[in-house]
Design a protein. Structure first.
Length: 69
């Protein structure tokens, strides 16, 4: 064995945790970007039920219909 001093590899920390988009608690690595399986499933449920949608203003819809004529 050598008498050289062995240096341990420097471990870089994971990225800074962000708040859970559902409840605001710090996110957990295994459920990222959520804090728990519960919050992850709540978000998925909203996507599947169509709760997340881009609103369309009535003026834009009228302009689109008038432009087709």
């Amino acid at each position: 064995m050598s008498d050289e001093k062995k240096t341990a590899a420097k471990v870089e920390p994971l990225r800074k945790t962000r708040p859970c988009p559902e409840c605001g608690k710090p996110s957990q690595r295994e459920h990222y970007p959520f804090c728990s399986n519960r919050c992850r499933e709540l978000d998925l449920s909203r996507w599947l039920s169509g709760s997340y949608a881009i609103p369309v203003a009535d003026d834009e819809a009228k302009a689109d219909r008038e432009g087709e004529n």
